[in-house]
Ligand binder design. Sequence first.
Ligand code: SF4
Length: 359
Amino acid sequence: MALTALDEFLESLTTKALTGEVPAREEMSAVLATADEDVLDVVAAASRVRRNFFGMRVKLNYLVNMKSGLCPEDCSYCSQRLGSDAEIMKYSWISSEEAASNAERAIAAGAKRVCLVASGRGPSERDIDRVTHTISAIKDTAPEVEVCVCLGLLKPGQAERLFDSGAHAYNHNLNTSAANYRQICSTHTFDDRVATVGVAQRAGLSPCSGAIFGMGETDDDVVEVALALRNLDPDSVPVNFLIPFEGTPLGGRWDLTPQRCLRILAMFRFVFPDVEVRLAAGREIHLRGLQPLALHLVNSMFLGDYLTSEGRPGDEDRAMIADAGFVIEGAAEQTLPQHRHDLVTIRRRGAGTDQPANT
Ligand code: SF4
């Protein structure tokens, strides 16, 4: 049977990804430009990359919103932004005990990573205290769980404090391309975000940084943010699709189709073949019935509710994973392939353990 030009293109991209070669800009754009009727071919090609590095495992992650709303920043996609009229819950810091009890339930339901998130430009030293206490409270009952922290822009020394307290990762998304950043936020810059990921990484935290799509970006913006993320060398890359909250500047914006979401996820898999690519917010409302296809591209997803909106019931997601032939990654299993895993050594000494600290 003769190969079509699309077959040959996808075969070449897959071969590159399997050998760690970054696709060219034009190839990334070409994935985004494939026709809806070809989407299964694109998914099938990228799924070979996914299976090569991650088998059929799906890592589950759980968000704890430790402080909701009332943010002084103006990220236009965010329901917690300055001036947001979205009717979300607003509260100040929940206690470490409440956060740990939420985390405990999620861990029992299969979550391998717990993400502690708080709205705001960045944490105070007191906020870091609260989070370090929370990490200890979580680790007391679940020492193996990965704790990721997401608190915004960090001041000197804060990343080190988080690392020393047992945090595994720090999340700070780039969200969109450098060129498009001013369109979505005026209170901080793309460069601020890039710098924060670097600060966390240099402190020993596993870098987690991703993007949001459906905010009016062009294909070039999608390509540029993927390449900017690749330059950061993250261990995990959450891919969000805009939840268009009424009461925010992007409320009512429904630009995405399920096929567009799948093409974006496939492109991310080609750009990040051996990195944790996580299906994040907005999957239910934009992928809709095609969510199981996304599992052939990502190796990780959020379980349960998002920061200010509800996700679908955990039982439905666990059933989807099983029905599609995937398995939930266990606490003792390694997420990243060995050649990447070696870059970050999970701390098993010092705070939260009975081993002496590395001093
Ligand atoms: S994304 Fe973060 S910094 Fe931006 S408005 Fe929302 S909570 Fe604030």
